[in-house]
Design a protein around this ligand. Sequence first.
Ligand SMILES: *Cc1c(COP(=O)(O)O)cnc(C)c1O
Length: 232
Amino acid sequence: MLIYLNHAKKQGMDASIIQENLARIRASIAAPPDVKHAVKIVAVSKQQPDERIAAALAAGQRVFGENRVAEALARWEGRRGAYPDLRLHLIGALQTNKVADAVGLFDVIEVLDREKLAAALAREMQKQARPLPCLVQVNTGDEAQKSGVSPLEAVAFARRCQHQYGLNVEGFMCIPPIDETPAMHFALLAKLAAEADLSVLSMGMSGDYLEAIRFGATQVRIGTGIFGARPD
Ligand SMILES: *Cc1c(COP(=O)(O)O)cnc(C)c1O
């Protein structure tokens, strides 16, 4: 993969490399014999140039992740018509003043992390008649700078979102601390999902998605592994 990334940086990412990356990742996900459940690849297209996204679409990829509402709107709104089976996941912090745009554009909200947001999402989804699936983001490392609910509160918060706000909470999402081995964070998220009786686990990125799958990830969020390095 490093060869691909360097190549991408030097020469601009070419469509066949993105196609190869996707094929390799799909094959690696299908390979582990002890993994019985299906794993969805969320291609994280944030900050990537448009031609790389076109290449992923041409290679059949339809599920994409974005972390900024305005950037995602600019990139995807016009493509909806051509790709009716497109599925967009919001994977970055959501401010309540962006909730209307987010509910209008995205198909899955992975970043439900506080009561105020739950209330705003519930109201807006009802208004737009778009009852989107949501994941509760869990701050498994209890990092001050990271959003997400504390692991101690995650199960109760998910239940409150379901019962008090009527949200369709399907599972949990986490971003482990960059300076720790992710395994214990993946294990913790899986344990919380079992406790809450929720089936979706969004965990694992380019560097650790295979490990996340071994711990039960049902969807992995892969950016640079598919598209190459994000240009700065
Ligand atoms: C950017 C991002 C990813 C993808 O990271 P890569 O290392 O490029 O695969 C995954 N999840 C979230 C929440 C992100 O912001």
